[in-house]
Design a protein around this ligand. Sequence first.
Ligand SMILES: [Zn+2]
Length: 276
Amino acid sequence: MIELPEANTLARQINQHLAGKTVRSVVAGQSPHKFAWFNIDHASYPVFLVGNTLLSARNVGMFVEITLSDSFLLFHDGVNLRFHPEAGPIPARHQLLLNFSDGTSLSASVAMYGGLYCWRKSSTFEYTYYDTALSKPSPLTDAFDETYFREMLALESVQKLPLKAALATEQRIPGLGNGSLQDILWNAGFHPRRKTSTLTDDETGKLFSSVKGTLEVMTAQGGKSTEKDLFGQPGGYQVQMSAGSKGKPCPQCGSEILKEAYLGGSIYTCPTCQPI
Ligand SMILES: [Zn+2]
């Protein structure tokens, strides 16, 4: 899934390699997919996009937002974005394909589920998750400081939640999803089931440092190794706690890494480094 480190990496790569290109043709919804979400009918994508120049991209939490001359594109969750230079193969299955006037293309393919939205600059696009991500400070910015983090966790509605729910749901921290959460909590030495209200003052400080520090490193290194970038290459951040870690020794202490289902997703923990 695209989370903050991956969305940031994709946006940076789009700015570097696609800015200035003009859209020559567009194919939307070519491969039927039950969980590919579109906000307009397929035939409107070329109407909105052909002739546009791609100006820039940025991440808004876990979203990749692309600004073109007259329209916006927005991708999230399980959308694989790939750039295809002239000789590069375009995947057989895709839900959106932008062909540029220089012969290169950008494809968007949905894995399990994902959104591919488009709207004109003269109109607006309302989507709660996007609006929430836009309204909150990114953990990569100075506005997301320890005071802000402590205030967020101190809310009564958050205090009663386990750390997994407090940190990685409701877009409380834009772009922080279950994938990034695993290493954040392992680095800090907390179990995802640990109740937020049980954290001491010092522990809250430690958690803040890990949220910020881990996301910064993941982003600086081009995303997590479990995800792929615009060129299909895995991210440079070597994930410690993920599906591939189950049953392996904890890199810190050697204990066997456990996997369990919890709150709608798998968690990977070290029983020694992350006591409940
Ligand atoms: Zn350990």
